[in-house]
Every structure is written in structure tokens, then in C-alpha cells.
Design a protein. Structure first.
Length: 275
């Protein structure tokens, strides 16, 4: 049985498509976890789901996703591209913000090599090095504090300890050159198209050190870091990888608010972090 976020997300996608004269009769649910993804013919509608529990006003995140993806598309970088006609939004319907994207055929069973992941991410970084659009400068740190503040009551008494740990890690984050980043650079946000690896999901993009993206990459695909075509100081990545691991703890408890069968996994994540 679909939960309220999925049901209302599909309804919002259909309403936007109908309003804009797009196909809307046979919506196909592609995904329902962080975001609800609904295929409507050759268009995919993206509606915040679990992410909305941390971002009660998600418009700015969606707008950044569209802006950065458009920028990269214009520069010939392979990314899932926003719809151009009609515009991609964000559009508002049925209580939700919705963005519209080209459906991108891909092979869900493809297993990327370390080189495929690293070189395609490097191409994204090179293109984003001169991105001048407005971006936050404290993305993952602010997100962690916000998750702890909004969902302290579901963290089973661990909120203060997690907040203190966030303060500790924040004090260790290195200061250095910054640029626009992917923001969530793990292989789950990379799809295999006929033309090659294709990145998606730039809603977490922010302006920070490359060490954040590379720390996320190392935490999810360690050997990919060795294949990255530019030098990365492993020590500089440690604080960012630690912050990523820390955020996973409240995030898993938040996910369990929609999917109660995942509460034990959240508790295990908490125990593992402080082990």
C-alpha cells in the first residue's frame, strides 16, 4: 500500500502534466523513496517525498537542481536534462513542488567501473568550476543541523549526542578553495545510458571544497577515488566523509517515519556510528 507522500506526489505530477498539456493518463511510478518519480510518456516528474521531511520548503533545492542541470546540459556534460518546452518548473500543484525532466533510457543492471564513475564526475567538476549561479555555502552541515532540530523527537534520546558530534566535526572541516559541487556524488546518482555514464540529482548542489564530493565518492566507491583524474589529498577528505556518515544516522530515522520496517536499520546505524 502506497503511503500519503507517494499518493499525493503522483497526484501532483499528474495535475501539473494535465495543466501543461502533457501526457497524464497512465502515470508510471518509478521511485518513491527520497523523491517520488513519475513517468508520464517521455517526461519524468520529480516530487519531493522523504526529502520534504528535512526541507519543509523545498522550492529552492528543486530550482537549483534545474539550474545546475541546465547549465551542464548546455556545456555538453551528460546529465539528465530538464524539460525545456514547457518549462521544467518548479511547478506547484496539490500541495507539492514538481519539476519536469526528459525520460532518459538506461540500463539499471549496469555496474560501473571505478574509472567510469571517477572520470564522469571529474567532467562534472570541470564544467561546474565556473558556475556562477547562487548556491548555499554550508549545504551538508546545515542539512545535518536541520535534520536534528526538526526530528529530535524520533532519535530515541540521541539528538544531543549527535548534535555534539556535528559540532565536533564542523570544527575540523578544512578551509580552502570552493566551487559548485554535485553535492551527492555516489554511484546511485549515476545511470548507464547508450552514450555513457549520466549524472542526475543535483538538488544537493552547494559551493564548497571538492573534498566533499570526493569524500562522498570514497565512502560509497572507495576505488573510484584512485581513478579520479586530479589529485585528492586523502586526509582532507576525512572530515567530510565523517560528516556524511554522521548525517546518515538521523536520515535513517527520518526514512523510518515513512517506512516503519526500517527502524531497526536506523538503530543499528546509530549504534554502529558510536561503536
Amino acid at each position: 500500500m502506497r503511503d500519503e507522500y507517494t499518493v499525493s506526489g503522483v497526484a501532483a505530477a499528474v495535475q501539473v502534466a494535465k495543466r501543461l498539456g502533457l501526457p497524464h493518463e497512465d502515470p508510471e511510478l518509478l521511485h518513491e523513496r527520497s523523491n517520488v518519480l513519475v513517468r508520464l510518456g517521455s517526461v519524468v516528474a520529480r516530487v519531493p517525498a522523504t526529502t520534504s521531511l528535512v526541507r519543509p520548503e523545498p522550492h529552492d533545492w528543486l530550482a537549483r537542481d534545474v539550474a545546475v542541470s541546465s547549465f551542464l546540459t548546455e556545456r555538453g556534460v551528460r546529465v539528465v536534462s530538464p524539460l525545456s518546452d514547457p518549462g521544467p518548473g518548479p511547478h506547484f500543484a496539490a500541495g507539492h513542488w514538481v519539476t519536469l525532466w526528459h525520460f532518459t533510457p538506461h540500463d539499471p543492471n549496469h555496474r560501473f567501473t571505478a574509472s567510469e564513475v571517477a572520470t564522469s564526475l571529474h567532467a562534472v567538476h570541470v564544467a561546474l568550476s565556473d558556475y556562477e549561479g547562487p548556491l548555499p555555502s554550508d549545504g551538508p552541515l546545515a542539512e545535518t543541523y536541520r535534520a536534528l532540530d526538526l526530528w529530535e523527537h524520533v532519535l530515541e534520546g540521541a539528538a544531543d549526542r549527535l548534535r555534539a558530534e556535528t559540532d565536533r566535526i564542523a570544527a575540523t572541516l578544512p578551509v580552502g578553495p570552493v566551487q559548485a559541487l554535485h553535492g551527492d556524488a555516489h554511484p546511485g546518482n549515476l545511470i548507464a545510458t547508450a552514450a555513457g555514464p549520466c549524472w542526475l540529482d543535483f538538488e544537493d548542489t552547494w559551493r564548497g571544497p571538492l573534498a566533499w564530493d570526493l569524500g562522498v565518492l570514497r565512502g560509497s566507491f572507495p576505488t573510484a577515488l584512485d581513478a579520479y583524474p586530479a589529485h585528492a589529498d586523502p586526509a582532507a577528505l576525512d572530515p567530510f566523509e565523517n560528516l556524511r556518515k554522521l548525517f546518515e544516522v538521523p536520515w535513517r530515522f527520518i526514512v523510518a517515519q515513512r517506512f516503519p520496517n526500517e527502524i531497526e536499520a536506523a538503530r543499528e546505524c546509530l549504534a554502529r556510528y558510536f561503536a
